[in-house]
Design a protein around this ligand. Structure first.
Ligand code: ZN
Length: 433
């Protein structure tokens, strides 16, 4: 009950009981308790997103609903939550309200003065996450077991974005350059699994990254470590010396292959020269191998992605492979990758599902990517702009489109961290200064 309603209730009841002093004293005491309780409960919500269209795939919500937030968590999702119940009301009619987006393939181990080599290609998470509705970025193998603590200290602990990681199977990750991934003598499953056990809140899996050797030992070592701690393996390598079929056969249900729609490297693409998805690729998908876009600078081609989409090989997630080159090329940001898929013909609800609930499941973080009551209030409020747009793939090919997502507001743990057009801001009045 809101404070105003409680006051009304109190005054009504009191006027009807006036005249009986005994009843009046007793009832006044009860009403005082009620009033105190009411004051404590007054405006139970800190924030209310009013009038938006909620898409929450985990909970099968796809309709106009209000979303109330208390502290860092979702308090309630329902139709017509009274504005008087919240301290701050945000009018979001005409916009989509979804769980904050999860990018499971990024590179955010930026350089420090502590002496690692290749963080130069990474980006700072907060610089790019919130402006595209992303609240969780998962680093794909930029750190390994020797330098994860450094990554945590310099980036994870200092970012407002939730930063998680696939730990690279090579000892010091991509930050030491690709050569490290080729040195199989340095692979140490025990040290990898111990590091994952030490940081269970931050490390979600193991990455086999940019390996270009011809020895399956790297898969065996990653598997040994993954089995010890029960995490998935992300395969981010072009592996030109391995067949695509061989790679997929080495993957278990729940493992993730990224750069799923690439064509540029020597790796065999998923779609054959006749435009058909290869049968062993569909077989891998059917037994539970997950396909991540992993757009990056080279990982996404319309000639692969469009036939795959039409033949039912949908990506499970929209990993961007965010780094300083892909963001300035065809990839741009996660919203652009989502917009690309929308204009390629994927349904709106399929797009949102692959930006929220599916990636949360794939990294075994079912606490994320949904708007269930009492879950963390990570929220994206997005609009859909209509116009004439172009979308570019890794080969500088273009498709035209008419719809594009725009991130109007992003909320992380109940706090507004991005507000494009000032939905939450106070209207400036020139007369009153
Ligand atoms: Zn990558």
């Amino acid at each position: 009950m809101s404070y105003n309603r409680l006051l009304y209730f109190f005054s009504t009841i009191e006027s009807t009981t006036r005249g009986s002093s005994i009843f009046s004293k007793k009832s006044s005491f009860i009403f005082l308790l009620l009033l105190l309780g009411g004051l404590l409960q007054a405006q139970p919500y800190d924030m209310l997103l009013k009038g938006g269209y909620v898409i929450d795939p985990k909970n099968n919500i796809d309709k106009k609903m209000d979303v109330a937030i208390s502290g860092k968590t979702i308090a309630k999702v329902a139709a017509d939550i009274p504005e008087t119940d919240a301290r701050k009301v945000l009018q979001v009619e005409g916009l989509f309200v979804t769980p904050g987006f999860i990018d499971i393939h990024s590179h955010v181990f930026v350089g420090s003065n502590d002496g690692f080599a290749d963080g130069f290609n990474s980006v700072s998470p907060d610089d790019f996450s919130f402006k595209s509705g992303v609240t969780t970025m998962v680093d794909a193998g930029t750190s390994g077991w020797t330098n994860f603590a450094l990554f945590k200290k310099h980036v994870i602990d200092r970012s407002r974005t939730r930063v998680l990681a696939f730990l690279e199977v090579a000892d010091s990750g991509f930050s030491a350059g690709n050569a490290a991934a080729r040195d199989l003598t340095k692979l140490n499953p025990k040290n990898i699994s111990e590091t994952i056990r030490k940081y269970p809140e931050h490390i979600v899996g193991i990455c086999i990254g940019h390996y270009d050797g011809d020895d399956w030992t790297i898969f065996d070592k990653a598997r040994e470590a993954a089995n010890a701690v029960g995490v998935p393996i992300l395969v981010e390598c072009h592996l030109p010396k391995f067949s695509l079929e061989g790679q997929l056969n080495h993957m278990r249900p729940g493992d993730i292959i990224t750069h799923a729609y690439e064509k540029v490297s020597e790796r065999m693409p998923v779609v054959d020269e006749n435009g058909k998805v290869r049968p062993f690729v569909l077989e891998a998908r059917n037994r539970g191998v997950l396909f991540d876009v992993g757009h990056g600078g080279a990982g996404f081609w319309f000639s692969q992605a469009i036939p795959a989409l039409r033949q039912g090989l949908l990506p499970n997630s929209f990993g961007t492979d965010f780094h300083r080159f892909s963001m300035n090329a065809g990839m741009k940001d996660m919203l652009n990758v989502m917009s690309k898929y929308l204009n390629m013909g994927m349904s709106l609800s399929d797009v949102i599902t692959r930006a929220t609930w599916y990636p949360a499941r794939s990294i075994h973080r079912e606490d994320l990517g949904n708007l269930s009551e009492s879950s963390v209030a990570d929220i994206a409020v997005v609009g859909l702009t209509r116009g004439q747009f172009g979308f570019i793939d890794a080969g500088n090919n273009k498709i035209k489109g008419t719809r594009k997502f725009v991130a109007e507001m992003t909320i992380r743990e109940g706090k507004i961290v991005w507000d494009l057009n000032g939905i939450s801001a106070t209207q400036y009045n020139a007369d009153t200064h």
